[in-house]
Design a binder for this molecule. Structure first.
Ligand SMILES: C[S@@+](CC[C@H](N)C(=O)[O-])C[C@H]1O[C@@H](n2cnc3c(N)ncnc32)[C@H](O)[C@@H]1O
Length: 234
């Protein structure tokens, strides 16, 4: 029986096309098929990060919005899994482009659930947005005995309050339309001065806000996060 192809989950890092690993670049340049999430209403960030490393392979856009509800997203992943399975069955390797790290809040997990039992699956780790935000703001994520929590803004205010009160460092992912409320929670928990807010870290559109009180009281873009940390001790 002919060998099947391998599914690669390729971590592309947070945006700067120089923040890919050598391994990610090698896989991108050698696989015959690349697939990526293609939100219907915007460009594929993963495709853009990888663009300078691609070389005319077959491309399979997966039409799913980052903000789709679970059942819409599941349907898109099911359909994409069928298409990718055809490529893998034909013996062709497939690289699924993943913004940041594939297994850190990455939709790669959902494709792996559908395909890894049937085909070889290899994950190439990538630099996550949390690491990127620490780097571009020059703030240590954690030092010594400090503890860190990573928490999506979508989990609710009680969980956010507990994280802000109980951890030295907190990365608040996916602030989106809850951005203004998060500023209030930072104030409430006494963590305002510890917080920085970053949009589009390492991309040309990058925006760093160190005085959180100046943030517009409006929803923010999808690619943004708050990093709360103790900073560098004097
Ligand atoms: C579905 S998660 C994907 C995380 C990604 N796999 C990673 O390793 O960082 C999307 C969230 O990650 C954060 N994010 C991803 N890239 C970012 C960037 N370049 N700048 C700021 N936040 C980013 C935002 O909070 C966004 O809502």
């Amino acid at each position: 029986m002919a060998a099947t192809g391998t599914l690669y989950g390729v971590g592309l890092g947070p945006g700067d096309p120089e923040l890919l690993t050598l391994k990610a670049v090698r896989i991108l340049q050698t696989v015959p098929v690349v697939a990526y999430l293609a939100p219907p209403d915007s460009r594929s960030q993963a495709r853009e990060i990888a663009a300078s490393w691609l070389g005319g392979q077959r491309e399979v856009p997966i039409p799913v919005s980052c903000q789709a509800d679970r059942s819409q997203a599941n349907q898109a992943y099911n359909e994409a899994a069928l298409i990718l399975a055809q490529e893998l069955e034909a013996g062709r390797d497939v690289a699924l482009l993943c913004e940041g790290d594939p297994l850190f809040y990455g939709s790669f997990t959902y494709m792996m659930q559908r395909l890894a039992g049937r085909f070889p699956c290899v994950v190439i780790p990538g630099i996550s947005s949390v690491n990127a935000v620490a780097a571009v703001t020059g703030r240590p994520l954690v030092t010594g005995n400090e503890r860190i929590a990573v928490i999506p803004a979508t989990v609710g205010e009680d969980a956010l309050r507990q994280a802000l009160a109980g951890y030295d460092s907190i990365a608040i992912m996916k602030p989106g339309r809850r951005r203004a409320r998060i500023v209030e929670l930072l104030q409430e928990t006494g963590r305002l001065a510890d917080a920085v807010y970053v949009e589009q870290a390492t991309r040309p559109e990058q925006r760093i806000v160190t005085d959180i009180t100046t943030l517009e009281p409006t929803p923010g873009p999808y690619f943004s996060l708050f990093l709360v940390s103790r900073g560098i001790a004097a």
